[in-house]
Design a protein around this ligand. Structure first.
Ligand code: GLU
Length: 510
């Protein structure tokens, strides 16, 4: 068992956009598979057709592709030998296992109508008992354990709707080992006889999930903590189906918590606190409501992978920046924490900033070029690349490229008023004039020569650098902060720098 091939799966239900908690689950599965040279599978769990949302499956596939969390088998990624990977297409495979459970006495037919179930619940609630369909209550319900055999037969033959329920023992401890939590134990007295199968031939999540993990030879089930209460049921299904020997290892990941640290991170928290909880933008097909995505907000995929990896895992060292290859090398379930991971927006931004600084200008330039095209600005590729090289230190999101660089393409027609009010004085105009004269005579218009000419002009006029530098920047760009000012002027070029200073002078000196 120990040297079993690592085969893991990400098994979302296509009920809406993928939450970043789901993306983290996919990532941890992927990392474990790659670390051990194993397989990572995408299985779509769509047995509950009533919850199906159009576009959700495509969204999941696109999000995984964008982030480079690429399955090597599964829906949208090419079929392996275990196809199909969409549960609705596997429908005929499940019935035989339900029949096996019924004939071994571990499951039974139930014919209760919705009203009968409701009145059972009402009755129990009134007497303050947990409303469960279980070893005690099933004795008073309409099922193959209480009805005479020939009546069960008649009902089935006449096509009466039914469900198949698991038959849980009244009081039994179910213990299993979780790779993150250690030994976990549940008592069947707290569980109910969950529905496994319906008369339309469709299995429920629990049965389909276990059968598919078995058939697809899954070695580890890595999923969110919300599935922990289902795990004992799954363990019993493995036992009852005779598959205990090949039962996967379980690892239930900690919850993603709100930035304040209490409660699960929800879609509304993102809207409220101004950060996306979805990898890509999502438009709800029913309401038309749009939820923001990391991609559209201007995050880089490598930054999102890095920040998600750290929400629940740590490498045990000081290193924070990890490429996917480094994550694969460092990852292990032994360093996944049990307690919830708090989402930290500032940390998320920090990661993105770091990645933008590391990003090739070519990528940033192609993003900026799209905006320039829309605005019909033709600046030349070399110039755009140089602008990106200068401003990339200043931005947090790709989407800020234009905001921070627009004055490289459009000459300013207004000047930061606070800076002007504070710094403009009777010496400002003569110094500026002298600068323009000096610039005209420079053999080369590079940052070092500009700086030397600038220092010279200030010295001659007995003006301190601190009293003029920001004003100089504002005259060139209109705004009070930006990349190194002499490099900026060098990039504008002699002619454009001079023109900008002239314009500023005309406006400010009047
Ligand atoms: N379909 C379940 C979900 O939507 C999968 C849970 C599991 O991984 O077993 O999360």
């Amino acid at each position: 068992m120990e040297d079993r091939r690592v085969r893991v799966r990400f098994a979302p239900s296509p009920t809406g956009p993928l939450h970043i908690g789901g993306v983290r689950t996919a990532l941890y599965n992927y990392l474990l598979a790659k670390k051990h040279g194993g397989d990572f599978i995408l299985r779509i769990e769509d047995t509950d057709q009533t919850r199906f949302v159009p576009g959700a499956e495509e969204y999941i596939i696109e999000a995984l592709k964008w982030l480079g969390i690429t399955p090597n088998e599964g829906v949208g990624f090419g079929d392996g030998q275990y196809a199909p990977y969409r549960q609705s297409e596997r429908k005929p495979m499940y019935r035989q296992y339900v029949e096996q459970l019924i004939s071994s006495g571990h499951a039974y037919y139930a014919f209760d109508t919705a009203e009968e179930l409701e009145s059972m619940r009402e009755r129990l609630k009134a007497s303050n008992v947990d409303a469960k369909y279980d070893a005690i209550t099933r004795a008073a319900m309409k099922n193959s354990l209480t009805l005479p055999e020939d009546e069960v037969k008649r009902r089935l033959e006449s096509g009466e709707p039914y469900v198949v329920r698991i038959k849980l023992p009244r009081k039994d401890e179910v213990k299993f080992h979780d790779e993150i939590r250690g030994w976990v134990s549940f008592n069947t007295s707290q569980m109910d006889d969950k529905v496994l199968f319906k008369s339309d031939g469709m299995p429920t999540y629990h049965l389909a999930n276990v059968v598919d993990d078995y058939l697809m030879q899954i070695s580890h089930v890595i999923r969110g903590e919300e599935w922990l209460p289902s795990a004992p049921l799954h363990v019993l299904l493995y036992r009852y189906l005779g598959w205990e020997e090949v039962m996967p290892k379980f690892a239930h990941l900690p919850l993603l918590l709100k930035p304040e640290g209490n409660g699960k991170l929800s879609k509304r928290d993102g809207d409220r606190l101004g950060f996306p909880v979805f990898p890509l933008e999502w438009k709800d097909p029913a309401s038309g409501e749009i939820s923001s995505g990391y991609r559209e907000t201007g995050y880089l995929p490598d930054a999102v992978v890095n920040l998600l990896a750290f929400l629940g895992w740590n490498p045990g060292t000081q290193q924070e920046m990890f490429s996917m290859a480094e994550l694969i090398a460092a990852f292990g379930l032994d360093r996944v924490s049990k307690s919830g991971a708090k989402f930290d927006l500032n940390k998320a931004k920090w990661f993105n900033q770091q990645y933008i600084r590391k990003t090739d200008e070519v990528l940033l330039a192609s993003a900026l070029n799209k905006t320039l095209q829309k605005k019909a600005i033709d600046a030349g590729n070399e110039y755009v690349l140089a602008v990106c090289r200068l401003v990339k230190e200043k931005i947090t999101f790709i989407s800020e490229l234009w905001t921070y660089s627009q004055y490289f393409f459009i000459e300013p027609d207004s000047y930061d008023e606070v800076v002007v009010a504070k710094r403009w004085n009777e010496k400002s105009a003569p110094v500026t004039q002298q600068l323009m004269d000096a610039f005209a005579g420079l053999p080369a218009f590079d940052a070092a020569s500009i700086e030397a000419a600038y220092n010279d002009a200030l010295a001659k006029n007995e003006v301190a650098n601190k009293d003029f530098l920001q004003l100089f920047r504002v005259m060139l760009s209109g705004v009070g902060s930006g990349p190194p000012v002499f490099e900026m002027a060098a990039l504008f070029g002699r002619e454009n720098t001079t023109k900008r200073l002239q314009n500023a002078l005309a406006k400010l000196a009047s």
